[in-house]
Design a protein around this ligand. Sequence first.
Ligand SMILES: C[S@@+](CC[C@H](N)C(=O)[O-])C[C@H]1O[C@@H](n2cnc3c(N)ncnc32)[C@H](O)[C@@H]1O
Length: 280
Amino acid sequence: MDTKPIGVDYSELHNLDSPVNRLLRDSIWDRRDDIGQQSFTTLRYMDDLIGRLGITEDTHILDVGAGTGGPAVYIANATGCRVTGIEINEVGVQVSTSLIGNAGLSDRVKVIQGDASQLPFEDESFDMAISLNVMNVFEDKEQVMRGVYRVLRPGGTWAFLSGTFQLGPEDAAAREHLRRGYLIPQYYDSLEEYKAKLRAAGFSIDEALEFIADFWVQVSRWRDAHRKHREVLIEDVGQDTTDYHIAYFDTYVSLIEQGKAANHLIVSHRPGGGRTDTPV
Ligand SMILES: C[S@@+](CC[C@H](N)C(=O)[O-])C[C@H]1O[C@@H](n2cnc3c(N)ncnc32)[C@H](O)[C@@H]1O
């Protein structure tokens, strides 16, 4: 019988080099593209983000839900910037610290353990905040956004990548499948709901960009990797969790194919600091 708890946290997944995770990760990315991300991000997303946001060595970035620190290390390496990540999971923080140390970046990159709903930082202490495939774990997204607003300097940029969902009453089964999430419960918003929450938190919206093809490829790869290694996964996390995860990714892929799920990068900024605010 399956005795392991379901959907608790990322501790097992964050152990990047465990035998089962190596099997999964090698099925999802080429080694070159595996930067220690725990998400649907690809190098293309990262490079796009870096160019689009104009990150320089003078930028201090907050990474909300830094995972195992791979994206923070990649961005810091590519730009010379400083990154402070916040991550709730202890294993994520440990693995991040080791990736940062191995990259020789301990002087300007760190990941601290904490809850992004209660940001433990001074007001106006960051130039930029990013978050990669994390926002859907928060039941109260506006609260998180208000916290980000507080710690950003006026004119500072807030850019996050997140799954967005346009679900109707006919999608009750899909919604239920997704709710249990991949490891922790998920709360789904449409792009319009995200925009409304950003405005309510005080942000001015600059851009919303959809990565269609890459997203479909990535979610399909996560699903295919789980199918391919089903037997090993059952040994590791039990049949119930394994089959639930496969069904989760199946549902996700199907919603993308129906045009009901997408991955949006939404770029906004805290008004002030000489920046021009958009009227919408
Ligand atoms: C899908 S992973 C993304 C990690 C990372 N952004 C990346 O792209 O590799 C979501 C992360 O959010 C973290 N998380 C969940 N709830 C959180 C919270 N309240 N505060 C901070 N991090 C949280 C999880 O532990 C997990 O590492």
